[in-house]
Design a protein around this ligand. Structure first.
Ligand code: SER
Length: 321
């Protein structure tokens, strides 16, 4: 069984919303030559130049095996996934990427005796039968989206690989992640990122969720911190493995609008809820993350108002109007 012996990391979905910010942190810790970017299609990304990279389609197990072999990988951060709204457009693809992809990563981890694997889950793993406020660590799941279904399956499979095969696989149920480097794509919580770009560029935003739809959210620096802290935790202290609730803040589009208004006073919001409303309505509003706090010392740094200030500060410099 593993300890903290990670030396060479493969990140799948390395150029996505979370990957593009996790990779630079991993490089700082492990050295840039020791973080291999697994990318689905070759893209022009800043990080590619000084890091090894490889094209990976996680639905093809051979490609994962080859990368592990070629780069002598001992740890995988498996971030490649199809998000909730995109998964409802193409549930077949979501199944292949999210379920077959996770299975392939776990199988390679078992066969190659990898030190550790990170397989994230999501608030989407819960469904309309779940208690929505302060959602417990262990409760009814019954998700109604293909994305949610794939995340519960991933959690169960990853836990199975831990107990059956001693694969040290860990994961968090990420809330909606707010960030300013790479846009999310195909998610239901994406409004909480888009709103900032529109507030700065056009001073108005048409929101695809209703004004009072409360969802759990987290700022990217906390997402990175939670990910690295869980992966660093002593295994003996972990009562759970691939399915830790983590929380930072919960807010509705109206709460977020009012907070942005404090900095951009002429900002306007309009509401035009679409198919994503139904998805959001099936998810928790807030999570009980006391197990993460107790087992590996989880504590978020950013409140809603701190996140909003930082987002506007960073994006105002980045966006040229
Ligand atoms: N952010 C994701 C989504 O909206 C939830 O994990 O699909």
């Amino acid at each position: 069984m593993s300890k903290n012996l990670t030396k060479k990391i493969l990140v799948t979905g390395a150029t996505g919303q979370i990957g593009s910010e996790l990779v630079p942190e991993l490089k700082k810790i492990y050295g840039k030559e020791n973080v291999v970017l697994g990318i689905h299609k070759r893209k022009n990304v800043d990080d590619l130049e000084d890091s090894p990279s490889t094209v990976i389609d996680v639905t093809n197990k051979n490609l994962i095996e080859d990368a592990v072999q070629e780069f002598d990988i001992d740890t995988i951060y498996h971030l490649a996934a199809i998000l909730s709204a995109a998964g409802e457009k193409d549930p077949w693809l979501a199944w292949k990427v999210n379920i077959d992809g996770t299975y392939n990563v776990l199988e390679v981890a078992r066969e190659k005796k990898l030190v550790k694997v990170f397989c994230p889950s999501s608030i989407a793993a819960f469904g309309p039968d779940t208690p929505r406020v302060n959602t417990p660590q262990i409760t009814v799941m019954n998700p109604k989206t293909m994305y949610g279904l794939s995340k519960v399956t991933g959690e169960l499979l990853a836990n199975y690989y831990f107990y059956k095969f001693n694969v040290d696989v860990r994961g968090l149920r990420y809330p909606g992640i707010i960030s300013n480097k790479t846009l999310p794509g195909g998610g239901t919580t994406d409004y909480a990122v888009e709103i900032f770009y529109e507030a700065i560029k056009n001073k108005k935003y048409v929101c695809f969720l209703k004004s009072d739809t409360v969802l759990p959210m987290m700022y990217m620096p906390d997402c990175i911190k939670a990910t690295l802290n869980l992966m660093d935790a002593e295994i003996q202290s972990l009562r759970y493995h691939s399915d830790y609730n983590v929380a930072a803040m919960s807010f509705s589009p109206d709460d977020l609008f009012k907070e942005i208004l404090k900095i951009i006073p002429d900002f306007k919001i309009y509401y035009n809820p679409d198919h994503r409303q139904k998805i959001a309505d099936s998810w928790p509003q807030s999570l009980d993350d006391s197990s993460a706090r107790k087992d590996w010392g989880w504590k978020p740094d950013f409140t809603l108002s701190e996140m909003v200030k930082d987002m506007i500060n960073v994006l105002s410099k980045k966006i040229t109007i």
